[in-house]
Design a protein around this ligand. Structure first.
Ligand code: PGA
Length: 262
């Protein structure tokens, strides 16, 4: 089970379970349901990011070719006296190929762009594909949120080699839209515009050729009800899904919506 370059041509849907569910039994039930829905997909890949404690038992299960394991976070050092932390190497050894990095809920606990940059670098060094989360707390008429987003991209990625930059996935998650209902998610047209802005900024910072390979996911209250419209109009390469990824019927509908030829 390894990351395959062909994945770049398909939509990617990341299930971010956050600190849920409480038991392994429940986790396996949800995972099995996701696995069954994923089996029928032709044009989409799925990354399941459970809490760390479920990575090892999950890695022993059967995986269809388009389902992968990911971590929700890794620490910004490779080893040592860091009580309670988990390294990129540890999760890689448990069968994860991806890691979410810099999620807004981690940033709210004190993670700075500088810390996130270290995590991105360590993930790459460990052969763990990072999914870098960015997004503004609020929007304003003057467009200050756009500068905020550009600065996040700059500070989280400056210093990375071109080779690594080419492999980066960015999850754009406006914080004001996270954990709500589809009615309060960002509109597909606003997503489209912001994705263009992210690509343009990335190109200005790191070169046009690098920007061409950039993959951008949208996250923030993606549910069965709004997924198709965002896929059609949002100019995205997939989703980062929180609460709806724990509800198999919801997640299955989101996967179907993402299963379109690009
Ligand atoms: P949500 O979470 O889908 O529950 O809004 C998304 C995220 O925080 O990754």
């Amino acid at each position: 089970m390894s990351y395959d370059i062909e994945m770049k041509k398909r939509n990617l849907v990341v299930a971010n379970w956050k600190m849920n569910p409480e038991s392994l039994e429940e986790a396996k039930k949800i995972f099995n349901a996701i696995r069954n829905s994923a089996k029928g997909l032709k044009n989409a890949d799925v990354i399941v990011c459970p809490p760390f404690t479920y990575l090892q038992p999950f890695s022993k299960l059967d995986f269809p070719k388009n389902v992968f394991l990911g971590a929700q976070n890794v620490f910004g050092e490779t080893k040592g006296a860091f009580t309670g932390e988990i390294s990129a190497g540890m999760v890689k050894n448990l069968g994860a190929n991806f890691s979410i990095v810099g999620h807004s809920e981690r940033r709210a606990m004190g993670e700075t762009n500088e810390i996130v940059r270290k995590k991105v670098q360590i993930a790459f060094n460990t052969n763990l594909m990072p999914i870098l989360c960015i997004g503004e707390k609020e929007r304003d008429k003057d467009g200050n949120h756009l500068e905020f987003i550009k600065n996040q991209i700059k500070e989280c990625l400056t210093g990375l080699s071109k080779k690594d930059l080419v492999g980066i996935h960015i999850a754009y998650e406006p914080i004001w839209a996270i954990g709500k209902s589809y009615k309060e998610a960002m509109s597909p047209t606003d997503i489209h515009e912001t994705v263009l802005f992210i690509k343009k900024s990335f190109g200005e910072l790191f070169g046009r050729d690098t920007a061409d390979s950039l993959r951008i996911l949208y996250g923030g209250s993606v549910e069965a009800e709004n997924a198709s419209e965002i896929v059609r109009l949002g100019n995205i390469d997939g989703f980062l899904v929180g609460h709806a990824s724990l509800v198999p019927s919801q997640f299955s509908a989101i996967l179907k919506a993402a299963d379109i030829k690009k």
